[in-house]
Design a protein around this ligand. Structure first.
Ligand code: SF4
Ligand code: SF4
Length: 465
């Protein structure tokens, strides 16, 4: 579909009745945001014009003209999507024992693993399911995920070779098994590759990501990054923990130096107790994160080469053109069980990989039940039915559709239920504030992939002050 770009900067004039617009202070020298949260409509106005703008004028007129279309667009995005991707876990095992992993230790040591026949049989069923509702020209996405999917390398490479014309494939790996042969195989087929690294030097990175023996894997991951130099389809995930926050600026400098095209700076998902003990406090996380974002911008201005921080780029896109977003943690209901689901090695389906360590959230089994029936199971409905409007403290938040109140797995396990917040509320609020500041300064394109708005159309672009 075509995404509507919301780009509004306007002067207000006191000519129209009261608008349902809420002011949102973005910490900018000259501008303040006004937001109509239900439709994710927003504008930036000069501070001295705020009172006039709230009373009426050009911005309110623009909102009135587009409100119904924006509301329909949000309704479609939030409630009418069908899955187009699967996080495919071919093995529960991992050769690492990272400190914040969301998969329980006994599963990672000796859990189930699919053989080639099982992986192919699963893809056959998934293919039939996706073909039932996706147009032939659009390929569903399969991301081999873990645990460590390359422990099942023979099976997943056979699957990629056999189904390359039916799916777009990706692999999310700890990179320790990403040797020359694996890199050649995957890059020749255009497979997306995500790998994980938590610090710019071994002494930091190895604090959280290590083997069962306790030995770190920094050197191996850096070798894999260098093997991938020049491949546009790879990114690095860095999980922000108490261990690496002071090194986040150095981390983006390191990634930029190694010519990594995109990264994600992710908060620690606090679903399991082990992860909670690794998290940084909310204030330290957002401050370190914003400093790292600023550094990526400075590096781009000097070098002309971008290191896109994909999770932040997604927030910018969520603000500029909500339906063009690529990640689905920042909208409610989130993407889990709705725009994608996760497959465990025994065939059980979960709304998201984040739930794989929680047996109560298995909705059914791919090898025994139709996918449609599993998507409608009580565990899936518990996740897909969680809206930001149900969460105390979020239902009146001005940035609720640029945040989504993640994450349901966290909220359920850490805070006792789906109507609770997850972790890092302040982080999400400050991220939205910063994104609007970046837009107010006209710097947003510098943080986005080139050509991000191909296929979007501007539906609300009015004169800037
Ligand atoms: S918010 Fe949590 S459950 Fe939802 S998609 Fe993101 S990680 Fe998965
Ligand atoms: S978690 Fe915080 S920032 Fe996000 S919607 Fe709720 S109140 Fe707003």
């Amino acid at each position: 579909m075509t995404a509507a770009i919301r780009r509004v900067e306007a002067e207000g004039s006191a000519t129209s009745p009261r608008a349902p617009l809420q002011p949102f202070d973005i910490g900018h020298a000259t501008h303040v945001a006004v937001v109509e949260p239900d439709t994710a409509f927003w504008g930036l106005v000069r501070k001295e014009r705020l009172a006039d703008t709230l009373a009426g004028g050009e911005l309110l007129d623009a909102f009135r003209a587009k409100a119904a279309a924006f509301a329909r667009e949000m309704e479609m995005l939030r409630f009418r999507l069908k899955p187009s991707a699967v996080y495919f876990n071919p093995t529960a095992r991992c050769n690492l024992n990272c400190s914040y992993c969301y998969i329980p230790e006994d599963m990672r040591r000796s859990g189930a693993q699919m053989d080639t026949a099982a992986v192919l049989a699963a893809l056959d069923r998934l293919d039939a399911y996706f073909r039932g509702h996706m147009p032939p020209e659009r390929l569903p996405q399969v991301i081999f995920h873990g645990a460590e999917p390359l422990l099942a390398r023979k099976a997943i490479f056979a699957a990629i070779a056999a189904y390359g014309d039916r799916f777009r494939f990706g692999v999310q790996t700890n990179a320790t098994l990403l040797d020359d042969a694996a890199v050649s195989f995957l890059t020749a087929r255009g497979v997306g590759i995500g790998l994980s690294l938590d610090g710019p030097i071994a002494a930091v990175a190895d604090r959280t990501r290590r083997r069962w023996s306790g030995r770190g894997v920094f050197d191996r991951v850096v070798r894999a990054i260098d093997r991938l130099d020049g491949y546009p389809g790879f990114n690095v995930i860095c999980t922000m923990t108490a261990q690496n926050l002071p090194h986040l600026v150095a981390m983006v400098e390191f990634l930029h130096r190694h010519r990594v095209p995109a990264c994600m700076l992710n908060v620690t998902r606090c679903t399991l107790p082990a992860a909670r003990s690794q998290r940084g406090d909310d204030d330290s996380v957002w401050r370190a994160y914003l400093a790292a974002l600023e550094r990526t911008h400075a590096l781009y201005r000097v070098s002309g080469r971008k290191l896109v921080v994909a999770n932040f780029a997604n927030i910018l896109i969520a603000i500029l053109a909500p339906t063009a977003r690529r990640l689905m943690c920042d909208i409610s209901p989130c993407g889990g069980g709705r725009s994608f689901f996760a497959l465990a090695p025994n065939g059980d389906l979960f709304p998201c990989s984040e739930f794989i360590g929680l047996p109560a959230f298995a909705g059914g089994n791919l090898f025994r039940q139709p996918v449609e029936e599993i998507l409608d199971s009580p565990p899936f409905r518990l996740v897909t039915g969680r809206t930001v409007e149900d969460v105390a403290g979020c239902r009146t938040c001005p940035v609720r559709h640029f945040c989504g109140s993640p994450c349901p797995a966290e909220a359920h396990e850490m805070n006792g239920g789906m109507t609770q917040k997850g972790a890092f509320c302040r982080f999400y609020e400050e991220q939205a504030r910063y994104a609007l500041r970046v837009i107010a300064d006209g710097r947003h394109e510098d943080f986005l992939w080139d050509g991000w708005d191909a296929g979007t159309e501007a539906t609300c672009t009015i004169g800037s002050t």
